[in-house]
Design a protein around this ligand. Sequence first.
Ligand SMILES: Cc1ncc(COP(=O)(O)O)c(C=O)c1O
Length: 159
Amino acid sequence: MNETIEKYKEYVMTGFVKAVQPIVIERAEGAVVTSDEGKEYVDCFAGISVVNAGHCNPEVIAAAKAQMDKLVHCCSYLYHVEAVANLAEKMAEITPGNLKKSFFANSGAEAIEGAMKLAKLHTGKTEFVALTTSFHGRTWGASAAARLTRPAWRSLPLR
Ligand SMILES: Cc1ncc(COP(=O)(O)O)c(C=O)c1O
């Protein structure tokens, strides 16, 4: 048995979907991921959407490295950062209608939580409808809105 697969079994909490046949990915480029056995696969998940510019895209890596060489992180409440301002401006240009301001989050789950809070604030309502076989992330609200095996829909009180 592969050592990485063994360590996963022993030490890693994996998601709700069990891999039919675990594959250890060693590297990736563009749409192709390569296993530790040298086998190539087309990654139709695109890293589940987070690498939809392609794996190890040199332009993305160069931009990330250039920023990280200058500044990796600072408190987003206290400080303003040029790259954040520029991205927010770009988002305002490309999003539809009069959408103008962006809230930057660390993960999909955090974005979902933010959207749920905004929806509650805007509508004054306290329930959400979730579909079967849905997944929205691992935080409290996002996971409460996910349904894997329950009826086709269910209202979710979030008071
Ligand atoms: C549809 C959907 N929503 C939300 C999430 C949560 O994203 P994250 O893992 O970045 O919190 C995922 C992650 O796979 C997702 O597929």
